[in-house]
Design a protein around this ligand. Structure first.
Ligand SMILES: O=C(O)C(=O)C[C@]1(C(=O)O)C=C[C@@H](O)C=C1
Length: 400
């Protein structure tokens, strides 16, 4: 395997201004203290899942006179009650929704957008945040929940989080968090993920016994790692794995991470492009406190989540709402509906014990400004027990 030139340790200091109740955490062995957003216990363990929902009149104008706010919130908000608590908020106090052109960070004289991502410097999520919002200040967060909370608590402006990968599949945790939190999807960004096998200077492939990385990254390199005969160990993120291997000067442990992580933490690249398929793409969602006003000037996608009553053909009926209007679905994901008490039997279960209820997450190719999309959702509302629009946003059509 060709050995790449040793990369030098790059230190880049970036100051993250956090309110006093937030701690800055750095690894004890880290020469370059990175400031992580970590939310202290009382905040992070606090019961969440209280979407702030504006009280809207039937015509969608809301309690205030701001029609566009009302319409955008109706389009992007909860269309039906849900077993989570609901706090109502006066529309006049709500900030204006973003327009779809405001969803990027292209205006140079504006203050830099602060964008939360999960992981440490060198994580793919950091690169995705920078692709989504060029010139942003990427703010590392320990966990996905922390990134959600950082936006909700106005510590940052946006979050960019992975949702699915072309090889490894869905990132279930983020599907669950989308529902538990009240953020809106304002964009998507696709990022080509090219993994490297990294190790300390002087370490050869045959010296390695174990390899550390994010579970998704390990899954994406399944074939190669099996061929190398390496034992996999899952950690929080790819760059964190590289950092751990470097700062502990491990000689028999490698990391699967980006070449950028190798540069940052001074590791050699033992093997490049080790993902099982050269087209390894992760789709990230851009999240904000306010929705964008959906347009029709370019391709838009809409993400929704709904639940259905038990019974034959209900999912068929739900999906027919889109099929009958020729609306293309790009993704469907089902997740267990937590907090649903076990029902030993009920009227609809035909005597079968009922253990599972599901939430269906669907992405479809249409804007909420599109009449057909609104009709489809109106139709879906008739069969769904719960329906929420998570966001209507421009499709990432960029070449990856
Ligand atoms: O660990 C990282 O570098 C990440 O950005 C996380 C993550 C993920 O959660 O899927 C993102 C992209 C890659 O698919 C692998 C890992």
């Amino acid at each position: 395997m060709p050995r790449m030139a040793a990369a030098s340790l790059i230190t880049r200091s970036r100051t993250t201004h956090l309110p006093r109740h937030l701690t800055c955490k750095a690894s004890p062995s880290d020469h370059t203290p990175r400031k992580f957003i970590t939310i202290p216990e009382p905040f992070s363990k606090r019961r969440r899942g209280r979407p702030v929902i504006a009280s809207l009149r039937e015509d969608g104008t809301g309690t205030g006179n701001n029609r566009s706010v009302g319409r955008a919130l109706e389009m992007q908000g909860v269309l039906e009650d849900f077993p989570y608590d609901v706090v109502s908020k006066d529309l006049q106090t709500l900030p204006m929704p973003l327009s779809s052109t405001q969803s990027s960070n292209s205006v140079s004289d504006e203050p830099r957008l602060r964008v939360a991502y999960q992981g440490v410097r060198g994580a793919y999520s950091e690169s995705a945040a920078e692709k989504a919002y060029p010139n942003c200040e990427a703010v590392p967060c320990e966990q996905f929940d922390t990134a959600f909370e950082a936006v909700e608590r106005w510590l940052v402006d946006r979050a960019v989080l992975p949702i699915e990968n072309s090889l490894g599949g869905s990132i279930h945790r983020n599907y669950d968090l989308l529902l538990r939190h009240r953020l809106h999807i304002v964009g998507e960004v696709k990022f080509a993920v090219r993994h490297c096998l990294l190790a300390n200077h002087g370490v050869k492939l045959e010296d390695l016994k174990r390899v550390l990385s994010h579970p998704q990254a390990l899954a994406q390199c399944e074939n190669t790692l099996t061929r190398f005969g390496l034992v996999r160990e899952a950690v929080d993120d790819t760059a964190g794995a590289a950092k751990h291997v470097a700062f502990n000067n491990l000689k028999d442990v490698g990391a699967v991470a980006s070449s950028a992580a190798g540069m940052i933490y001074g590791l050699d690249i033992l093997a490049q492009d080790i993902q099982d398929d050269c087209d390894n793409v992760t789709r990230f969602l851009m999240l904000a406190r306010e929705p964008i006003i959906p347009g029709t000037d370019r391709p838009f996608k809409t993400s929704i989540v709904f639940s259905l009553e038990e019974g034959p053909g209900v999912l068929f009926k739900a999906l027919a709402c889109f099929a009958l209007r020729e609306i293309n679905l790009t993704k469907i994901e089902s997740r267990p509906l937590r907090k649903q008490p076990l029902r030993a039997s009920d009227d609809n279960s035909n005597g079968f014990p009922k253990y599972f209820d599901y939430l269906f997450y669907v992405d479809f190719e249409a804007s909420m400004a599109d009449q057909q999309a609104q009709n489809a959702l109106r139709n879906l509302k008739e069969v769904a027990t719960f329906l929420r629009v998570l966001g209507s946003y421009p499709v990432d059509t960029s070449m990856i």
